[in-house]
Design a protein around this ligand. Structure first.
Ligand code: AMP
Length: 177
């Protein structure tokens, strides 16, 4: 674990440090170094800008994993992404970073059976990753409640706005606390 001292210095727990070791991460990328301490100790909104492939998912994902209370089975974090591929990728990355914490994470995107999604949602989840259209669909059906969020992330926000998702994103935010 000595190798991971720079991650430890950012305030991450031993559970997370072992999943980082398992994934072969040795030191934080620049965006992780900047963002993780801010999200670990504060409740400020922030905008992170960095090239693709620079570790942005773990930059917001690691503090979210740390802050979620597993004994509370409510949706505590929402991550919106512009595409189904990114939704799946982000959900998998966060799952693999979460180690033994026992987080329930669900990807929600159009094109996947809504019944299957309903089944998982009924059992309760801590973290939802999804595309705006399908998230809004669940909110309108009242099969997803977002009144206990501690985190809301707009991943690739620029791309989401380029794709014309602004109205959906604003409507989704109206359903949140
Ligand atoms: P992302 O920019 O979040 O899509 O991450 C790009 C790739 O880098 C993913 O495969 C991550 O698992 C990996 N990655 C993220 N952070 C680190 C790190 N600190 N050290 C090594 N690999 C990393």
């Amino acid at each position: 674990m000595e190798k991971l001292a720079s991650f430890q210095a950012l305030g991450l727990s031993s559970n997370i440090l072992s999943s980082l070791q398992h994934k072969g991460f040795e030191e934080p990328t620049p965006i992780q170094e900047k963002v993780i301490p801010l999200l670990m100790c504060g409740d400020k909104d922030l905008i992170g800008q960095a090239q693709t492939g620079t570790g942005k998912t773990a930059a917001f994902g690691l503090p979210i994993i740390e802050k979620i209370k597993v004994n509370k089975l409510t949706v505590q974090a929402l991550i919106l992404t512009p595409t189904r591929e990114l939704t799946i990728q982000v959900a998998e990355e966060i799952h693999s970073l979460s180690g033994k914490k026992g987080l329930k994470i669900i990807p929600l995107y159009g094109g996947q059976s809504i019944e299957l999604q309903l089944k998982h949602l009924k059992k309760g989840v801590h973290l939802v990753v999804g595309t705006p259209g399908r998230i809004l669909d669940h909110l309108r059906r009242k099969t997803l409640k977002l009144k206990h969020l501690d985190f809301c992330v707009l991943d690739e926000a620029d791309e989401m706005l380029n794709m014309g998702f602004i109205d959906e994103v604003e409507t989704i935010l109206e359903y949140t606390n």
